[in-house]
Design a binder for this molecule. Structure first.
Ligand code: PLP
Length: 330
């Protein structure tokens, strides 16, 4: 089976063409605290603790063919993350959604990467007030730009070269809860440099006992003894991961969310990763050893990839972008 060239489709198919827009939003739109601006003019004060201490939660939702994917679930996950780290979102769900719609609408994007955050914000200046979460001026920022693929069509079609990090473990959930999507990326970023040093393209991080958690910015899956398995802890509950579990159900492929030991990848028939900014990303080698017998992207990984895009473009979990909102969200 051939992998659908989703990125090429976004660049060439008329259903994906950018709609008429103000040229200053050609690269995308940002929303900074209380106003919209062109993406390239967006900035953050250096004393925002989100910037200084990675003290923030965020989420990313995608748009394709003019439809958000699983928007309400992304918003619900974001609300849980805000609660988990004790920041207050200045906007309710409806206003937040209106901002996200307008970001996309102003740039006329039919395929978009839409990112938003609430940071700890500006710290209190009073004596001993740092102990009080309500004394910080939490800040909301967001932007939308053209859809981003972590790996392009050719890379997804041939499969990614992955390593299991030897130098890093994923930060344990008791230290930073990975279910609250957060700015803590240094473990994952350092594992990526290790991948580069070892001649690979991406990395997955184990926990301190050798069980897999997640890849850098993505969930990890393996097909072991005919079952699609993915870690049940130490990772973000990805919405692309959720989508894959649903697609497997539809295809009659058994799934299990359970602890997955790093050694299991050696005998896996297929391995793939999932993330919003990249969809389903087949893996062709782990630690330099080919995965399964296929020597490239696995058949089921490709089938899931293709079904994911076909269903999305047909409206699966889709919310049409309110393009008429351009200029009116607030
Ligand atoms: C650490 C981490 N794990 C997993 C994912 C995948 O989540 P989703 O499929 O909801 O994008 C992401 C997405 O950015 C992530 O940052």
């Amino acid at each position: 089976m051939k992998l659908i060239r989703a990125q090429e489709r976004m660049f060439t198919h008329p259903d994906h063409a950018q709609l008429p827009h103000d040229p200053e939003y050609a690269f995308g739109t940002a929303f900074i605290v209380d106003h919209f601006c062109p993406l390239l003019e967006a900035s953050v004060p250096v004393i925002d603790v989100g910037f200084m201490h990675s003290d923030a939660v965020y989420d990313v939702v995608s748009v394709s063919r003019g439809m958000f994917f699983r928007l309400e679930e992304h918003q619900a996950r974001f609300a849980r993350a805000c609660e988990a780290i004790r920041v207050r979102n200045p906007f309710d769900r409806e206003r937040e959604a209106a901002i996200l719609h307008e970001l996309v609408a102003r740039a006329g994007l039919r395929d978009a990467y839409v990112w938003w955050t609430v940071t700890r914000g500006i710290p209190p200046m009073g004596r001993n007030e740092m102990v009080n979460a309500t004394k910080f001026d939490n800040r909301f920022y967001a932007f939308a730009t053209q859809f981003v693929f972590v790996f392009d069509d050719d890379q997804r079609a041939r499969g990614i070269d992955l390593i299991i990090s030897r130098e890093r473990i994923r930060i344990p959930p008791r230290a930073v809860d990975p279910k609250a999507k957060n700015f803590h990326w240094l473990d994952m970023q350092m594992a990526l440099f290790e991948a580069g040093d070892r001649g690979a393209e991406w990395a997955v991080l184990p926990d301190e006992e050798g069980y897999l958690t997640e890849a850098t910015g993505a969930n990890i899956f393996a097909i072991v003894d005919g079952t699609v398995v993915t870690p049940d802890s130490g990772c973000l509950e990805g919405l692309t991961r959720q989508s894959v579990l649903e697609l497997c159900g539809e295809l009659g492929i058994p799934t299990a969310c359970r602890r997955v030991h790093a050694d299991e990848l050696q005998n896996a028939r297929e391995v793939f990763m999932t993330t919003t900014a990249g969809s389903i990303m087949p893996v062709r080698s782990v630690d330099g050893h080919p995965v399964g017998a296929h020597g490239g992207a696995g058949e089921i990984s490709i089938q899931l990839h293709n079904l994911y895009w076909e269903k999305r473009w047909a409206g699966w979990h889709g919310t049409p972008v309110r393009y008429e909102l351009a200029g009116n969200a607030l």
